[in-house]
Design a protein around this ligand. Structure first.
Ligand code: MN
Length: 417
């Protein structure tokens, strides 16, 4: 194992407010006679006592504003709506300061400058401004399924309320250089956590001890939190795809799936390795592992602009993985492994671990996806998944997590006592 990696405190890759402004400018150009209405999460939402306040991801992506109780309005980028880049903030009164600390509000002299919005107003002016903007536009865009959507339908029965999701997903799929830099950091911390977890797996008695070491390594290296509940799944537990109880004993000779991701500067990593407890693969485990690895490498070699990810799309990398598994009759009764591959080949990665995406969009440069074939044989107590994070480039792809070994001999070497 290498010496512990050092990361200076606070050396994240914050996205500057100018980039958030640019995101809104680009979106406003697509609004066409519609106003976009979005409310951030409030403190009452999302169980913040357990996990801390968490901003609604679309709101965070579009505003960079991570405090509760805010809202925004965007109008089309035309002459009629030159003033259409508005952030609304709750007043920072004595009660708010007592419970949540000092926060910028609309009365601050540099509110617009420090948030990058054209105009920052008090939340008290929200309803009135919304009415004015909505009266000028034919449609209202919002996040489907949100409380905002219900309220808009009641307040504006003669306006068409439509989903902004396709527009946002289209923009969010293509990562900027700064977003890619943040993902690289998240991936690098995730790699450090994986390496530590492999070692921990050989010294621990329970899955949760490994999860604890993983968490320690992530936070120590400056990750804000887990991108998702870490999966440490030994033996048959590995066949439960989103297993995260992590309460079972580790049994020597069984394979353990470690599926985990650090969040860094708001962006996620997501890596899976399958590691034997005791550090050695059995012959059967090795044959299955090498099959999954071969499929994963073949799929990664196909990732390039123009290729599709989706399960249903003919010729997609998902279908490629399925047909490769179909040629591998490695089930207990020599059935093809395709029957043991139940989930998608991967997903987009960004500020959310399963990031916003348009299901029918082809891959394009700047997109970041995971490639994670897996097979699950509960009768044998074997689940195997191998997952890397991959950046689509102009000519192919770059494996952002290439520094984390995945060959059997490398794993056995690194896990040997
Ligand atoms: Mn994943």
């Amino acid at each position: 194992m290498p010496a512990r990696q050092k990361v200076a405190a606070g050396s994240g890759v914050p996205i500057p407010v100018s980039e958030y402004t640019a995101r809104r400018v680009a979106l406003r150009q697509k609004l066409r006679n519609a106003v976009l209405v979005m409310e951030g999460n409030t403190e009452a939402e999302r169980g913040e006592l357990r996990g801390g306040f968490f901003q609604e991801p679309n709101f965070a992506w579009l505003s960079g504003w991570l405090e509760p109780g805010a809202a925004l309005l965007l109008a089309p980028a035309d002459e009629k709506h030159a003033d259409g880049d508005l952030l609304f903030l709750p007043d920072s009164d004595a009660t708010r300061r007592l419970w949540t600390g000092p926060a910028l509000d609309a009365s601050a002299a540099r509110a617009a400058q420090s948030t990058g919005f054209g105009d920052v107003r008090r939340m008290a002016h929200w309803e009135e401004t919304l009415r004015v903007l909505a009266s000028r536009c034919q449609h209202i865009y919002c996040i489907p399924g949100s409380v905002t959507e219900q309220r808009l339908r009641q307040a504006f029965p003669f306006r068409e309320v439509i989903s902004v999701q396709p527009l946002l997903a289209d923009a969010r799929m293509r990562k900027s250089d700064r977003e890619i830099a943040a993902i690289r950091e998240a991936v690098s911390i995730t790699i450090a956590g994986q390496r530590r977890a492999w070692r921990s797996l050989q010294q621990s008695s329970y899955e949760y001890e490994v999860a604890a070491d993983l968490t320690h390594e992530f936070l120590r290296l400056g990750s804000e939190r887990h991108a998702f509940a870490p999966i440490v799944a030994c033996g048959a537990n590995a066949c439960v795809l989103h297993y995260s109880r992590n309460r079972s004993p580790l049994r020597k000779g069984e394979l353990t799936i470690l599926d985990t991701g650090a969040e860094r500067a708001g962006y996620c990593g997501d890596l899976t390795r399958t590691i034997p407890v005791g550090g050695r693969f059995s012959k059967r485990q090795r044959a299955l592992y090498d099959a999954v690895l071969a499929v994963q490498k073949a799929v990664i070699a196909s990732v390039r602009p123009g290729v599709h990810l989706g399960r249903q799309i003919p010729g997609s990398i998902h279908q490629q993985a399925l047909s490769l598994f179909a040629e591998l009759p490695l089930g207990k009764g020599r059935e093809p492994l395709s029957a043991a591959f139940p989930h998608g080949i991967g997903h987009h990665l960004g500020i959310e671990v399963h990031d916003a995406h348009e299901p029918h969009a082809a891959l394009a440069p700047g997109m970041v996806i995971t490639v994670e074939p897996g097979i699950y044989l509960p009768d044998e107590g074997i689940g195997i998944r191998i997952e890397d994070d991959v950046l689509v480039t102009a000519t192919g792809c770059e494996v952002l997590s290439a520094a984390l070994p995945k060959e059997v001999h490398e794993i056995e070497e690194l896990c040997s006592p």
